[in-house]
Write a protein that binds this ligand. Structure first.
Ligand code: NAD
Ligand code: MG
Length: 393
C-alpha cells in the first residue's frame, strides 16, 4: 500500500485526487488530510477515507471538526495551524504528498514535505512562483521526485527527454510550448473587461476549478504563473517558453526539439489525468477520465496571446526577468487583488493595475532565504491593499 497525504483535500484538486484514489483501494491508503476551514467537507472526507490525521489551518475549524469526530474514539487525530499542516506533510506513513493548497499559504507545508523526503505531487504553483530557486535546491538536496499536477507541466513532463532534471543543455530541447485556453474573456473587447463580474470570471469554458485559479485564468495571470513554474521545474529560460492560446484545451502542452519534432500530450480537460499520472508514475492507472473523442473535438485552433488586453502575462514575464523576490511580490499582489475582486471590493482591471503598481513601488531583493521571500510577500500584500483604494485628495 502506498500512503498518501493531501494538503488542501477539500478543494477542487483535493477532491479529484480522492476520486482517483477511491478507484484503487488496493493500491493507495489516505493517511492524512488538511484544509483551511471547510469543516463539513472535511468531516465527510474523514468518514469516507478514514485518515489517521487531519489538520485544519483555522483553529476554530479544528475544534469544530474534533467535536464532530468525538465518536471516532480518537482514531482520527485532529491538529490545527501551520504545525498541523506540517504534520500532514511529513506523516511517517505517507510516501507521497499531494500539494493542493491554493496560494503562497502552501509554501511552508510543501517545503516540509520536501525536507521529509516525500515524493511531491505539485499542484500548488504559487509555491514555485514565490520560492522556485529555494524549492528546487531543497528538492535536489533531499533527492526527492517532483511530479507536476498542473496539466500543462504534467504534459511537458511527459514530453521531456530523460535526465532533463540535470539541465536541458545537450538534451536537444528547443522550446516549451505552453498552451492556454484563453479563459472566459478570450474574445471579450477591452472596453468590456472593466465591468465583468466574479461570476463571469469564474465561468471557465473548459475547466471546473477553485475560484482563485478561475480568476487567474480569466486575467491570464494563471499562464504567467505557469511560465514561472515551467522555468523552475524544467530549468528553461523564459525566452524558451512560448505561450500558445489553444481554445479547445485538448493539447495540454508541447516540447519542441532541435530536429523539428514537436511532442504533445493530449486528453480531455479533466485534472484526474495528470493526478493519476503523477500518483502512479512511472506506471499508469485508470483515472475515470473518458476516452478522447477526436471526431467530436474535430479541430484544434491556435492563437497568439494578446498582451494588451491581458497585461498580467506581461507582468509575469517582467517578474521572472527581474528575478529575486519580484515573483513573490507579483504573486502576493495578485492574491490580494483577486480576493478583492471576488469580494466585490474592486474591478477586474484593478487586478493588473494593483499588481503593476505594487511591483513599481517595491524593490526586489536577492531570493536567498525563505525569510526574505516571506517578508517580500507580506510587504507586497500591505502595499497592494493600500493601492486597491485610490487615494482621496
Ligand atoms: P481550491 O480553492 O478549490 O482549494 C484549495 C484548498 O486549499 C482547500 O482545501 C482549502 O481548504 C485549502 N486552503 C486554502 N487556503 C488555505 C490556507 N491559508 N491554509 C491551508 N489550507 C488552505 O483550489 P484548487 O482549484 O484545488 O487549486 C489548488 C492549487 O492547485 C492552486 O495552487 C491551483 O493553482 C492549482 N491548480 C488547480 C487546478 C484546478 O483544476 N483546480 C489546475 C491546475 C493547478
Ligand atoms: Mg494549468
Amino acid at each position: 500500500m502506498i500512503g498518501i497525504s493531501i494538503l488542501g483535500s477539500t478543494g477542487s484538486i483535493g477532491k479529484s485526487t480522492l476520486d482517483v484514489l477511491a478507484r484503487h483501494p488496493d493500491r493507495y491508503q489516505v493517511v492524512a488530510l488538511s484544509a483551511n476551514s471547510d469543516v463539513d467537507g472535511m468531516y465527510r472526507q474523514c468518514l469516507a477515507h478514514r485518515p489517521q490525521l487531519v489538520a485544519m489551518a483555522d483553529e476554530a475549524s479544528a475544534e469544530a471538526l474534533a467535536s464532530l469526530l468525538a465518536d471516532e474514539a480518537g482514531e482520527i487525530h485532529v491538529l490545527s495551524g501551520i504545525a498541523g499542516l506540517k504534520a500532514v506533510a511529513t506523516h511517517e506513513s505517507a510516501e507521497q504528498v499531494m500539494a493542493a493548497i491554493v496560494g503562497a499559504a502552501g509554501l511552508v507545508p510543501v517545503l516540509a514535505a520536501v525536507e521529509a523526503g516525500k515524493r511531491i505531487l505539485l499542484a500548488n504553483k504559487e509555491a514555485l512562483v514565490v520560492a522556485g530557486g529555494l524549492f528546487m535546491d531543497a528538492v535536489r538536496r533531499h533527492g526527492v521526485t517532483v511530479l507536476p499536477i498542473d496539466s500543462e507541466h504534467n504534459a511537458v513532463f511527459q514530453c521531456m527527454p530523460e535526465g532533463y532534471e540535470q539541465g536541458l543543455d545537450g538534451k536537444g530541447v528547443r522550446r516549451i510550448l505552453l498552451t492556454a485556453s484563453g479563459g472566459p474573456f478570450r474574445t471579450t473587447p477591452a472596453q468590456e473587461l472593466a465591468t465583468v463580474t466574479p461570476e463571469q470570471a469564474c465561468a471557465h469554458p473548459n475547466w471546473d476549478m477553485g475560484r482563485k485559479i478561475s480568476v487567474d485564468s480569466a486575467t491570464m495571470m494563471n499562464k504567467g504563473l505557469e511560465v514561472i513554474e515551467a522555468h523552475w521545474l524544467f530549468g528553461a529560460a523564459p525566452e524558451h517558453i512560448q505561450v500558445v492560446i489553444h481554445p479547445q484545451s485538448v493539447i495540454h502542452s508541447m516540447v519542441e526539439y532541435v530536429d523539428g519534432s514537436v511532442l504533445a500530450q493530449l486528453g480531455n480537460p479533466d485534472m484526474r489525468t495528470p493526478i493519476a499520472h503523477a500518483l502512479a508514475w512511472p506506471e499508469r492507472i485508470d483515472s475515470g477520465v473518458a476516452s478522447l473523442d477526436l471526431f467530436s473535438v474535430a479541430r484544434l485552433d491556435f492563437e497568439k496571446p494578446d498582451l494588451e488586453r491581458f497585461p498580467c502575462l506581461r507582468l509575469a514575464f517582467r517578474a521572472i526577468e527581474e528575478g529575486g523576490s519580484m515573483p513573490a511580490i507579483l504573486n502576493a499582489a495578485n492574491e490580494v487583488a483577486v480576493a478583492a475582486f471576488l469580494d466585490g471590493r474592486s474591478g477586474f482591471m484593478d487586478i493588473p493595475r494593483v499588481i503593476e503598481q505594487t511591483m513599481d513601488s517595491l524593490r526586489g531583493q536577492p531570493a536567498d532565504s525563505l525569510k526574505v521571500l516571506l517578508e517580500a510577500d507580506a510587504l507586497a500584500r500591505e502595499t497592494a491593499e493600500r493601492l486597491l483604494t485610490p487615494k482621496v485628495t
